[in-house]
Write a protein that binds this ligand. Structure first.
Ligand SMILES: [Zn+2]
Length: 230
């Protein structure tokens, strides 16, 4: 594994898979061969540390990996605005076309201990948002067996099964494994993945400053992905 490179640039060019509601390019780092894992950060715009950490992970690679693709920021408008949802106020992680999708306002919580009080729209219809549509299209094209979706700051690893990657993440982040989050999440990427036979791991980072997250995890995750995804 090479040393972490210049902070100012990514080691290889990204590709575009669509456009956000406000017209920002939706970008991903493709893999060289068949994609087995897609890593996604920044689907919630107020979790920019997920994008920061993933960017730091990518700096360890000299070129795209054989079988792992990456989305640094699935919600660039939300990231630019500092909002959880996109520029329409839609929680993209409740906008996926699942059997239990509903028009009900979605509630989320800021910490594991707090109540779910943050209100957001799940969208007018399933997959109403440009960001959701493009992501579904990209997943269809790449056909990964597993998706790793990075969130913060609930400090847990949630996945239907403890796959080697899920196990590795619980080990390095010293956080609990959860089979599910404890309440229904209609329209979430995780629920959509279940219905479409993709194993989805939600990695909720601990509540730490971006620089600390990078120090703790970037090198370890990069090493794991280089070994398994190359
Ligand atoms: Zn989140």
């Amino acid at each position: 594994m090479r040393k972490e490179q210049h902070r100012g640039i990514l080691p290889f060019p990204l590709k575009q898979y669509g456009k956000s509601t406000l017209g920002a390019p939706l970008l991903y780092a493709p893999c060289k061969e068949k994609c087995t894992l897609l890593v996604i950060a920044g689907i919630h715009g107020e979790e920019p540390e997920t994008t920061f950490l993933l960017s730091r992970i990518l700096r360890y690679f000299a070129e795209p990996l054989q079988s792992v693709a990456f989305i640094l920021c699935a919600n660039p408008d939300g990231a630019a605005l500092g909002t959880r949802g996109n520029s329409n106020g839609v929680d993209l992680n409740r906008n996926f076309p699942t059997a239990n999708w509903s028009t009900k306002t979605t509630l989320s919580k800021a910490t594991l201990e707090s109540k779910r009080i943050t209100e957001l729209s799940p969208g007018k219809t399933p997959a109403s948002e440009a960001e959701t549509k493009s992501l579904i299209k990209l997943i269809g094209k790449l056909q990964p067996a597993e998706i790793l979706s990075i969130h913060s700051p609930l400090a847990c690893v949630e996945a239907p099964a403890i796959t080697p990657l899920a196990h590795f993440l619980t080990e390095i982040s010293e956080t609990p494994y959860k089979k599910d989050i404890g309440y229904p999440t209609p329209g979430s990427l995780g629920t959509w993945c279940k219905e479409n036979s993709v194993h989805c791991i939600t990695w909720e980072l601990p509540r730490l400053a971006p620089e600390i997250l990078a120090q703790k995890f970037a090198r370890k995750v990069a090493g794991y992905l280089l070994e398994k995804g190359n």
